[in-house]
Design a binder for this molecule. Structure first.
Ligand code: NAP
Ligand code: ZN
Ligand code: ZN
Length: 354
């Protein structure tokens, strides 16, 4: 075992504080990674505060990890010390069920091992995530970061990137389609970039009129302030596909009504409270309501390579780790442009007195 420095929540109502944990020594297939940057996903906040009622404490969040390989196990073939690598939302799965065989490890029938707050098959405890200075991960779940990408700005690709890339690909978003993105936060800003890069006509729905200018720069052709009933009415039945990234309760019927016949609204946001659906919103126009969960390892690498080829990264605010609680408060106010990323070099010295 090897000591690692981290930040953890010890209860749903307490702030994150410095925390010392142990990482396993690399097994033959393992890679030990020194973490350079870790993005701050709204899921980290939901889980640190037990909003999904499934958190074990202490909880070390973080699943948008970029770092350098520090050590490899004897059987590792894909990576060597010094390589720039990344880890996203999963660190293991059964590898043999139909979903794993299809490269959809996020739907592993035995449950994927998530990067944090998931039963750890090695330690017997729970997994600890990327708000830490190192992590040990099986090479099958380690990604390669294209060389020309800025590493801090690439970190959120590992969740915000793949979670929006995957449904836009699955529902074949492209030229000739009118696509709506709901919410301009971490996921939403990447959805704008990808939908624009895939050639669709892109409309952002936002509760924040002040984000309009940024939205255009990020790839939106049109911005609709969702609180404006008349502006919403003008969009009725005009969309082929809508991706909903909102983290809090809101009326999805208002968006279902914007779909054309046979259009699809896909949820990626996970408000802890349910989202009531009015049957007529779906029945009229034979509309479809769907969901999507991150993406498999193969598709995550495909997304990273696409970003490398097209020079796509995230718009970030780099913060020292001691500002994580303030960052959570700003996330709740939809006040981030457009993803916080923790500079893990700031973790040194934080454990004094712990
Ligand atoms: P975020 O950065 O906080 O963005 C959420 C955005 O939702 C806000 O910026 C805001 O956009 C909008 N919003 C917030 N409160 C709202 C309200 N009351 N009514 C309407 N709109 C509101 O969060 P994120 O990191 O992008 O994550 C978004 C959600 O996706 C979270 O629930 C997260 O857990 C989930 N998630 C799911 C997956 C998956 O695999 N399915 C993966 C990652 C995250 P505007 O200011 O533009 O209105
Ligand atoms: Zn996430
Ligand atoms: Zn499986």
């Amino acid at each position: 075992m090897r000591a690692a420095k981290a930040y953890a929540a010890h209860s749903a109502s307490s702030p994150l504080v410095p925390f010392a944990l142990q990482r396993r020594e690399p097994l033959p297939q393992d890679v030990r990674i020194d973490i350079l940057y870790c993005g701050v996903c709204h899921s980290d906040l939901h889980q640190a505060r037990n909003e999904w009622n499934a958190t074990s404490y202490p909880c070390v969040p973080g699943h948008e990890i970029v770092g350098k390989v520090a050590q490899v196990g004897s059987g590792v073939t894909k990576f060597k010390p010094g390589d720039t690598v990344a880890v996203g939302c999963m660190v293991d799965s059964c590898r043999t069920c139909p979903s794993c065989e299809d490269g959809l490890e996020q739907h592993c029938e035995h449950g994927p091992v998530f990067t944090y707050n998931s039963p750890d098959r090695h330690s017997g405890g729970m997994t600890y995530g990327g708000y830490a200075d190192s992590i040990v991960v099986d090479e099958a779940f380690v990604l390669r970061v294209p060389e020309k990408l800025d590493l801090a700005a690439a970190a959120p690709l590992l969740c915000a990137g793949i979670t929006t890339y995957s449904p836009l690909r699955h529902w074949r978003v492209g030229p000739g389609q009118r696509v709506g993105i709901v919410g301009l936060g971490g996921l939403g800003h990447m959805a704008l970039k990808f939908a624009h890069a895939f050639g669709a006509e892109v409309v952002l729905f936002t509760t924040s009129p002040g984000k309009a200018e940024d939205a255009r720069r990020l790839g939106a052709d049109e911005i609709v302030v969702s609180k404006d009933a008349e502006a919403m009415a003008r969009q009725a039945s005009r969309f082929d596909f809508i991706l909903d990234t909102v983290s809090a309760p809101h009326d999805i019927n208002a968006y279902l009504n914007l779909l054309k016949r046979d259009g699809t609204l896909t949820l990626v946001g996970v408000p802890p409270e349910g989202l009531p659906v009015m049957p007529f919103s779906l029945i009229g126009g034979r509309r479809q309501l769907a969901g999507s969960l991150i993406g498999g390892i193969r598709e995550t690498q495909e997304m990273l390579d696409f970003c490398g080829e097209h020079g796509i990264v995230c718009d970030i605010e780099l913060i020292p780790v001691r500002q994580i609680n303030e960052a959570f408060e700003r996330l709740l106010k939809s006040d981030v442009k457009y993803r916080f990323v923790i500079d893990m070099a700031t973790l040194g010295g934080e454990l004094a007195g712990n």
